[in-house]
Design a protein around this ligand. Structure first.
Ligand SMILES: [Zn+2]
Ligand SMILES: [Zn+2]
Length: 255
């Protein structure tokens, strides 16, 4: 099992720190064999909406160029991939598909943060009602069906009473579908390290039941996050104690 990481941000999303190169240096120091950058994707909105948690569209080419140059510079020490963390915004998926065809993007991961589009400010990570819990799972399933995403980041991001019957049912629906379609689920180290409501035991008990594929993602928002080996080891040991299938590589986009 290699220590790889496909969930890495950069300062372009306005809530991360450190130069791109510092992430690469930290990854090498941490013994990471393959590092994927997956900063928050831009979206090409219909409206004049300006998101404050993702890179603006005009920074995308610079992001790709920066990572490609680091890939070349450090090729003897580490393998580097260019990725993005993308929501599933149905109305903007045609734009996303075209962008992925046009640009040198190796892979994308699903960060199912918002209902429909962030123009509506309807975030899944704060306590939600029944409707949004179901919509969260529906969007994950649509994303899986698109065939675009390499894995589901923080699949347990949706915030709902974990002891409720409905949560059990909906997360079972998600895990069963992910299993059927061979879609890996991420164990999110940022949430684990900062004691967020995810990753949560109720969810992973369900993933354990369905024997899902699982992958560890640092969700690094600073270079030093990659150096937290104790956090990684705790997650590794926990997942190893479950019946999930822990994997260390991803499938990239077919081009
Ligand atoms: Zn995310
Ligand atoms: Zn992230």
């Amino acid at each position: 099992m290699n220590k790889n990481n496909y969930h890495t941000h950069t300062t372009r999303c306005y809530h991360a720190s450190g130069k791109d190169e510092e992430y690469v240096k930290a990854a090498i120091k941490a013994g990471i064999k393959e590092l994927g950058f997956s900063d928050h994707t831009p979206w090409h909105y219909d409206s004049s909406f300006k998101a404050t948690m993702r890179m603006p569209e005009n920074q995308l080419d610079g992001y790709i160029e920066s990572i490609l140059s680091l890939k070349e510079k450090y090729k003897d020490q580490i393998s580097i991939l260019v990725g993005l963390e993308c929501e599933y915004f149905e109305k903007y998926i045609p734009w996303l598909k075209q962008m992925l065809e046009d640009k040198k993007i190796d892979y994308i991961i699903l960060g199912n943060h918002y209902y429909k589009t962030d123009e509506l400010h309807d975030y899944f990570g704060t306590p939600v009602d029944e409707f949004h819990l179901k919509a969260y799972v529906d969007q994950c399933i649509q994303a899986i069906d698109s065939g675009l995403y390499s894995y589901i980041a923080h699949p347990d991001l949706v915030y709902y009473d974990q002891d409720s019957k409905l949560y059990q049912e909906e997360m079972s629906r998600l895990c069963a579908y992910a299993k059927e379609k061979d879609m890996p689920l991420e164990y999110n180290l940022l949430g684990f390290m900062t004691h967020r409501h995810y990753p949560n035991k109720a969810f992973w008990k369900i993933a354990n039941h369905y024997k899902n594929k699982a992958i560890i993602g640092f969700d690094a928002h600073s270079p030093d996050a990659l150096l937290k080996d104790d956090i990684y080891q705790q997650a590794f040991n926990y997942l190893s104690s479950l019946d999930v299938e822990l994997i260390d590589t991803i499938q990239t986009l077919k081009k």
